[in-house]
Write a protein of this length. Structure first.
Length: 284
């Protein structure tokens, strides 16, 4: 399993890294579009659609992305889109986690389906716009999510249940602890401080997500870092809730050793549009 996991990760990196550093940014947009289409296909399966129906849902998501690309939306300010998407994730995520696993089937099937496709579409636009801003900006957001996950994992293993008596969400993801969440927050804060120092020390041409926030005040940087760490956990828990509700371990087997695409991008779905929303605010 470990060997398979490593091979899959290396293949993904061999595709993503050249696309990420390609000068125009459109190569990255195309690669991420393929991932979002695959995620939409998985979303159809998670919502009970068969092979043809799931392919159709993937096609719809692809057409939505291509349509916004052709319409020139990627080069336009989309502040209203980020605000609506961010509010939907904060309020909707809180409502879903409060309702628990049993609450998912009570949501109307069309609403579940449309909500997932919209989340993938908005995340694609956010990822592409972040890349158009600059590689440093996009990487600072991506690494934030990865750091939150890594620090949460090690903090949870080292300190889990040492300071609290209950798990974070035992009915949704039994392995997660509050200590892990706090560790993820601490890791993101350390990352933010290190990245802003590096931006200034190396005089980078394009500011990172953290440096844009710091320009409005250290208080905004600190609050935003903690908020983004929390929302990465929300994205992870929401997908876990959905999978547990439908009785599957992984969203698919597309990525051997890793599960499905949604299993890899669940924390990015809320954090990408929220990063765009916060950076838009910082620059206003």
């Amino acid at each position: 399993m470990l060997k398979q996991r490593v091979i899959t990760a290396l293949v993904l990196l061999a595709i993503l890294l050249p696309a990420l550093f390609y000068p125009s940014g459109m190569a990255f947009a195309a690669v991420v579009l393929v991932l979002m289409a695959a995620g939409a296909w998985e979303w159809g399966r998670l919502n009970g659609f068969g092979a043809a129906g799931s392919v159709a849902i993937g096609a719809v998501c692809t057409l939505m992305c291509l349509g916004s690309w052709a319409a020139g939306w990627l080069e336009r300010p989309l502040g209203a889109v980020w605000i609506v998407a961010g509010a939907a994730w904060v309020l909707g995520g809180a409502a879903l986690l409060r309702a628990g696993v049993a609450g998912w089937p009570r949501i109307a099937a069309p609403l579940r389906l449309v909500g997932g496709v919209l989340a993938l579409w908005v995340a694609w636009m956010a990822a592409v716009q972040a890349r158009l801003i600059g590689i440093n900006f996009l990487l600072s957001v991506l690494v934030l999510v990865w750091a939150a996950d890594i620090f949460a994992y090690f903090a949870g293993r080292r300190f889990g249940l040492r300071f609290t008596r209950s798990k974070l969400a035992p009915s949704i993801s039994p392995g997660k602890s509050w200590e892990g969440v706090w560790g993820g927050m601490a890791g993101v804060l350390a990352l933010a401080l290190a990245w802003t120092w590096a931006d200034r020390h190396y005089a980078v041409a394009v500011s990172s997500f953290y440096s844009l926030l710091l320009a409005r005040g250290a208080w905004l940087l600190l609050l935003a870092a903690v908020f983004m760490a929390v929302m990465s956990v929300v994205g992870d828990l929401v997908e876990s809730l959905i999978k547990r509700s439908v009785g599957v371990k992984d969203s698919s087997g597309l990525l051997p050793g890793h599960g499905g695409v949604l299993d890899r991008i669940d924390a990015l779905l809320p954090t990408l549009p929220l990063a765009m929303m916060l950076s838009s605010f910082a620059q206003s």
